[in-house]
Ligand binder design. Sequence first.
Ligand code: HEM
Length: 498
Amino acid sequence: MVTTASKAQVIPDDQMLSIEQRLALTRRAMSALRVTQPKGVRRPPGPSRRKIVTSAVAGRIATLDFMGQMFSTKPISYARVGPENLYALSDPDLVWEVFAKLDGSTRRSMALQATRPILGNGILTSEEPEHRRNRTLVQPAFSPKRIATYGDQMVSATQRLSERWRDRVATGDTAILVSEEMSDLTLDIVGRTLFGADLTGDTEEISKALSEVLGRFGQMLSPVGILMMRLPTPARRRLVESVERLDAVVARMIAAKQAQLRAGDQLDDMLAVLIQARDPETGQGLSINELRDEVMTLVLAGHETTANALSWTWLELSRSRDAHAWVAQEWAEVGADRDLCIDDVAKLPRTRAVVAESMRLNPPAWIISRRLSEDITLAGYEIPKGSTLFASQYFMQRDPRFWVDAKAFFPQRWLNDAGDFDEKAPGQPRAAWFPFGFASRRCVGDRFALAEATLALAMLGRSWDVVATAPRDVIAVPAITLRPGNGIPARLRPRFAN
Ligand code: HEM
C-alpha cells in the first residue's frame, strides 16, 4: 500500500532532464539491448524471405497485411527483419505463457524504448525493479475511489462537447470528423483530470504543445524516426522545441501544485495525488523528473487510445442500426430525467457491451510485444534471449476459433443471463481477449478508460445520432494505435429535444 502524506513533503530536489539528455540516455539504453543471437537455431515457419524483404523495403512490416501472415493459424511463426528476430504467437496458451507467466523476465520492446526522449522513464517504458516502484506510486491515482472523483470532469467535458455540437448544428453545420471530435474530448478529460480544472489558463497552452508532440510521437517508433532523432533535421528541431515547451509547462504545473499543497489546499486531481504518493518502504515520493515522466506517459498513453475506442464505437453503431436501437433503449431509460454521473456507469451494461464489442473488433492497442531477457523453449522451439515476441489483440479477438460469428458486431454476446455485463460471457479462452494487456504491465488506466468511454457514449448517444457518411469505406490503419483511416466523416442529428 502506498501512503500519501497529508501535507506535501519536500520532494527530492533534482532537476528535470533536458530532452537532449533523454536522447543520449535512450541511445545508451537501446545499444545495451543489442544481443548477438546464436547461429544454427531452429526457427518456426513464417512469411517467405521475399515477402519480408519487399515489406521491409516498402516500410510495410507493421501492417495488417504483413502481420496477418505472421499471425496465421500456426501457433508460432518467425521472421527476421534487419537485426530483429520476431516471433508472432497465435495460440492463447503461448500468449499466456509469455505475457502473463514470464511477465517479470521479459523486457520492453525496441519500439517502446525509442519513445524515451518523450516519455522518459515512466511506467510504460521503465524496466524492473524501477517499474514496480513507479507502478506502486502511480496505481493509487487510478483506484475506484479516485476514478469516482474524476467522474465530474468526464461529465463536464462531455457536456462541453455536446454544447459545441449544438452551436454548430444551430448554424446548419452538421458535418464532423468523428476522430477529431473524440480526440478533443479525451484530451480535455485527461488534461483536466491530471492537472485540475482550476488551471484553466494553462490548459490551452498544454493542449497546443501536446498536439504538436502527439503529432510527432508516431514518427519516433519507426526506424526512420529513430534515425531522424540523430540528425539535425528541421523535424528533429521542431520535436525538440515542442517537448521543451511541454516540459516547461509541466514543470510550472508541478511547482504550482506543490505550492498549493504546502498551503494546505485539498486537491483531488491526479497530479496532486502523484505528488503526495509515498513509497511504503522508503517513504520517498516521485522526484520532479519522475513526476514529469509519469505525467507525459499518462497523457500520451491515455489520450489517443480512448479517443480511438470511442471513434470506432460510433462507426460500429452507424454500421449496425440494430445494435444502435438495442443500446439506445438503455439510453432512454437510465437517468432519463437528469444528467448522467459516474455512478450510472454500473447501470449501463448495454453501453459497456457496445464498447467491449467495438474494442474486440477494433482494439485501440492492436499489438503488444516483449523482448526476452533469457533463452526460453516455446512450442518445441529454442528461442534465444534478445528475440522479440508479439501477440495481437486485433487478430486474436477476430479469430473464429475463439469467437462465435467472429466478424459480426454483436454486443449482446457480452451480457450474461441476468443481463449484466460479463467479460467471460462470450466463452473465449483467457488469452484470446486482452484489450488492456496482461499482468504487471496491464493498462493502469483501464478502469478510467472504460468509465470515460461508457459515460461519454451514453451522454452523447442520448442527445445525438452520429451517422457516418460512408461507414463501409473506413479502413483500419495500424499506427501506434489502430486508427480509423479517414477519421470517419459523419453527420450530427439531434435526438429528442436537444
Ligand atoms: C481504451 C483505452 C485504452 C487501451 C485500449 C489501453 C491499452 C493498453 C495496453 C494494451 C497496455 C499494455 C501495453 C503492453 O503490454 O506493452 C497499456 C498500458 C498502459 N496504459 Fe493503457 N490503454 C487505454 C487507456 C489508458 C488510459 C486512459 C491511461 C491513463 C490515463 C492509460 C495508461 C497506461 C499506462 C501508464 C500503461 C503502462 C502500464 C505499465 O507498463 O505498467 N491507458 N494500455
